[in-house]
Write a protein that binds this ligand. Sequence first.
Ligand code: 5AD
Ligand code: SF4
Length: 449
Amino acid sequence: MENNSIELHNKLDSINKKYFIETYGCQMNVYDSELVATQLENSGFEKTENIEIADAIFLNTCAIRDKAEETVHNRLSNLHNLKKKKPGMILGVLGCMAQNLKNELLESKPFVDVILGPDSYRRIPELIQSRTQENNNIVDTKLSKFEVYEDLYPSRNEGINAWISIMRGCDKFCTFCIVPFTRGRERSSSIESIVEEAKKCVAEGFIEITLLGQNVNSYRTPEGAFPELLKEIAVIPGVKRIRYTSPHPQDIDDDLLQVMKDFDNICNHIHLPLQAGADRILKRMNRTYTKVEFLNLVDKIRKYMPDCSLSTDVIVGFPGETDDEFLETLDVIEKVEFNSAFMFKYSSRPGTKASEYTDQIDENIKQTRLESLILLQKEKTLIANKKLVGTVQEVIVEKESKKSEHQWAGRTNGNTWVVFDKSNESIKDIIKVLITDARGITLFGQREN
Ligand code: 5AD
Ligand code: SF4
């Protein structure tokens, strides 16, 4: 009798198991969390937004800078307390930190049950099963030369934009970057499978597709490279906007710019990571372009698409960066007038080439450089946005503005947020907005009839 009731209890338990995933880092992690969610749901788990009642908690982690790792370490210590109250709970670390720090995690956080690198998510159902049966730690951080999860469809949250991963890994080996180590070698999904996924996304109601890859424009298959893929996606009925991130300047060629110019639904926006302005630093970073080559590329992009918006990533305080070399970075920011920028202090990542350089920069200097860079970029963002005042922009109504329930917020083709008064539109409508003002990083406008 007692045995029967335990059996029944176990069955009910597996039916009602709840999972909770917390995602850190880049959009690829957001995408991967959606893949993991599919896997868990296929194994009978249900999603919960309430971490307190979850039977399995996964942190999908990032290793790009030390701060990202620190946040996860702190979070894990917190969750240890929760686990003490719920000993049967499964705690998993996924993603780049799992890949990078598996031994350290096993030693310092033995209460973590599952450690899975970015190429091991296919094994989740099987691993969860064996974990429930055996109570052992499970570690799988083998990197694959082939895994692209082509046949797995992520459980996406509803919205305007669907992310589609088209390639994984990175072969560029910038000397500051941990990604080639945590994500492994470049590999691309087939054009056919990506087109199929994009069609599915449209059928589910998404109108914008963002193609994702650590090195997105290095996408390459026997059937074609990145420009061919873009063309194929652009002709799918119902795809109103296409974006992609993150490209490397080296792989932006005439074919790509021509396709962007030819198709109205491919957004005129390029994220063009600069990283640094001085040639010596660019060389030490292994970025494969000089300052002049970068500036020439910007000119070329603007020749193809005069209204193309540009965003960038910049690192300050790379080992050995002198004051003058930092000024070269500011000079590029001054000249290009990017619409926006992500700006970082260099963070040494053990295992990368740059972490071995002996001329690391003092933290205070990095901080001062970061502050002056942010100040200059703020000015440039405002200048770029002010140029749009008086123009009419096509905007997708995306959500209610945070500041007022009487206003909408949506993005322009160039990826800038616009706030405007509500009239009779609905979310997902594509409307024309006359830009009347630019403040901070936001545009303000009125609907044109
Ligand atoms: N330190 C600081 N920033 C980094 N990035 C990558 N690695 C590091 C590092 N070690 C930045 C780069 C990259 C962006 C995603 O993160 O600017 O483009
Ligand atoms: Fe990192 Fe460079 Fe690859 Fe980008 S291109 S993921 S910065 S190694």
